[in-house]
Design a protein around this ligand. Sequence first.
Ligand code: PGA
Length: 253
Amino acid sequence: MNKPKLVAGNWKMNTTLSEGIALLESIIKGVKLLKTNTKIAIAPPFTHLSEFRKALKNTDVCLAAQNVSDKLQGAFTGEISALMLKELGVKKAIVAHSERRQYFGETNESALFKIKTLLKQDIHPIYCVGELLEDRERERHFEVVEEQITTVLYQLTEEKLPKLTIAYEPVWAIGTGKTATPEQANEMHEFIRAVIAKRFGEDLAGQVMILYGGSVNSGNASALMAQPQIDGALVGGASLKAEEFIAIIKAAG
Ligand code: PGA
């Protein structure tokens, strides 16, 4: 499986537009100096998308969104739809990040609707799954992730599958400085692939990109990216520092 890896930066609710542009410029500069096969995506706040689209023209960095509404248009105050994202040149969107699940009540069910609206607009979803610390302590982590996968992916037709990416992000590793060991991450990625294969076959399961997320940084990226089942990283905190982010892209190959 030698597909190019993907490193996506999830900026979360960080940077004003002017701060964001400065950071993006440093990242673009760093990426230009790199020789890499790795695909790169940046998911800034919604307010940055329009300006970032211009800045990313003629670069290999892809524009991503952090969230999307499950509705296409209408009286849904405060929501942003896939149609709106598409017009801004957004190519990928994160769905059901654990912070969205935890603070904004998102569920596997809403994730499925979001994924469907994105796919209809040809935007590539990055669907986040992962267990809580208590799930892992009770050895329920496989069960929880299996449910997150089956309730959503099993509802899609097989031609949709290569058009989405999964991000395995154990909740206890997000923003905590605690990373899953490369072996723990690889084991879960292998499990996710097996769950997908059960329904869609080995071939398709092998094509799906599965990223690891949770305190990825320049120090641990190489060991994580060397794991056979890990296709890249979804990076939060470390994507807000150009040097760190570039080092992670480098580690991905
Ligand atoms: P982190 O966040 O890298 O800061 O742990 C990852 C994520 O939430 O996607």
